[in-house]
Design a binder for this molecule. Structure first.
Ligand SMILES: [Zn+2]
Length: 52
């Protein structure tokens, strides 16, 4: 199983999980609810548990 992490949108507080590669990559996260793009380090909340 690939590692994942949970993230919370700083705009609408939606939480979802993404592939661990997104945690370390320089790509912006894209909220599935409001489509806001933001650097992962600006997430309102991050949970680095390794299972959904
Ligand atoms: Zn959002």
């Amino acid at each position: 199983m690939e590692r994942i992490f949970w993230v919370e949108c700083p705009n609408c507080s939606t939480r979802w999980y993404a592939d661990w590669q997104m945690r370390t990559a320089k790509h912006d996260m894209v909220c599935p609810h409001c489509s806001k793009e933001f650097p992962v380090d600006e997430a309102a909340w991050i949970d680095e548990r390794d299972r959904p």
